[in-house]
Every structure is written in C-alpha cells, then in structure tokens.
Design a protein around this ligand. Structure first.
Ligand code: G3P
Length: 212
C-alpha cells in the first residue's frame, strides 16, 4: 500500500520522506502558507518526494478548473491535480485525464461518486473516512465497497483512503485493499511508535549498563 503524508509542511515531509510514496495537500493545509509562496512550496515538496503530490484546485467552474489544473500540473512532473467530486470536478477530471494529467478526485463520500471518478479517468479517488465517521456513517465500509466495485468492474483508478483520524483507519484500509492511504504526520508517527518498543529499549539500555 502506498503511504502518503497529508500535509503541506515541508519539514514534516523531509522528516518522514523514507516512508513516503507521495503527499496530499488541500486548501486548508495550504492556507497556512502565503498564496504567493504556494508554487515554490509545491516545487520544493516535489523535489523531496518523487511520487505523486496532490494539489487541489480552488476554482469551482469546469473551465476555470481545467485552466487551474493545467497551470498546477506545470509546477512539476509529479503533481497530481486534486478535483472535487462535483459535476464540474468530474468533467474537469475527464478533460485533464485525456491530456495525460494525473488526477485525484477528492471529497468522495459515496461509491457512485467513485464510479464516476473512474469513468472520467481519475488516477486516484479519495474516500473521506473520518468525515463519514463524524457523520454517523462507516468510512472503512465505503473504502471496502469502492475497492470491491473497482475490482469487479476492472477499474484502473486507485483507491486512496483519506481523512484518516486514527491508526485503525490505516490498518483497516490496508486490510480491505486500498491502494493508498494519506495520513497527517501525527498518525504516521503512531505507525512506528509503540510503548512496548520504548519500554523494551529502556530496559535494554539499563541492562547494558550492568556489569560495566
Ligand atoms: O486531504 C484530505 C483529507 O485527508 C482531509 O482530512 O481530517 O480534514 O477530514 P480531514
């Protein structure tokens, strides 16, 4: 499974780059940086990470999304244009896909949206697990359903489990066969941290001092 970091913070990306297959950003994570610095920040991230770096359009209309998507994709070869699962976003996905530009269809909350994303040639589709859970639904179930549908239908679009809030989201999305998962730095940290590892190391360090 591909591991993506869901952040626009370069220091975090550099810290974890050995684990990372890609990065996802969104207008909320980018808003922590000045708009005039967005292009150079994306360029820097794309230098550190050779895999896909998702950058979301802020335009809402089809024509503007296509223009913005083309502009964003020119920042670096590994930029993946993130578009919302709306009518305009899906249409822009189709146009950009035909031009060979990689896309990530975001804000996906249903299997029907995921199917349309696949029909429009999306490279990735991002079901939002955490936000579904917050609204009384089961995020993992949606990821599982999309994976199964894509398998049965032979869709090439990859399922990118997003809006990850805990370690279980990572494990469960791996179990149900998501191609990729994107998580914030604090969850990636939980992937390698374990209190028994810490405790074990402390005991080994103490024991190694005995008989000195
Ligand atoms: O990048 C999109 C997604 O992962 C955002 O997650 O936690 O804001 O629902 P969240």
């Amino acid at each position: 499974m591909e591991f993506f970091l869901d952040t626009a913070e370069l220091d975090e990306i550099v810290k974890y780059k050995d684990f990372l297959d890609g990065v996802t950003t969104n207008p909320s994570t980018m808003s922590k940086h000045k708009p005039s610095e967005h292009s150079s920040l994306i360029k820097e991230i794309c230098k550190v990470i050779s895999g896909p770096v998702s950058v979301e359009v802020i335009s809402e209309k089809y024509e503007d999304m296509v223009k913005e998507g083309q502009r964003i994709s020119k920042i670096s070869d590994n930029v993946c244009v993130k578009l919302p699962c709306t009518l305009d976003g899906l249409r822009a996905c189709k146009t950009l896909s035909v031009k060979g530009i990689p896309t990530n269809l975001t804000l996906c909350f249903s299997s029907a949206q995921a199917l349309l994303a696949a029909k429009c040639g999306a490279t990735y589709v991002s079901p939002f697990m955490g936000r579904l859970d917050d609204n009384g639904h089961d995020g993992v179930l949606l990821v599982e359903e999309i994976v199964e549908i894509f398998d049965v239908q032979g869709c090439e679009t990859k399922v990118l489990a997003a809006s990850v809030r805990n370690l279980q989201h990572v494990i469960q999305s791996a179990l149900v066969g998501a191609s990729a998962v994107t998580m914030p730095p604090q969850i990636l940290k939980q992937c390698f941290q374990h209190h028994l590892t810490t405790q074990g190391l402390e005991r080994f360090a103490e024991d190694s001092q005995k008989n000195k």
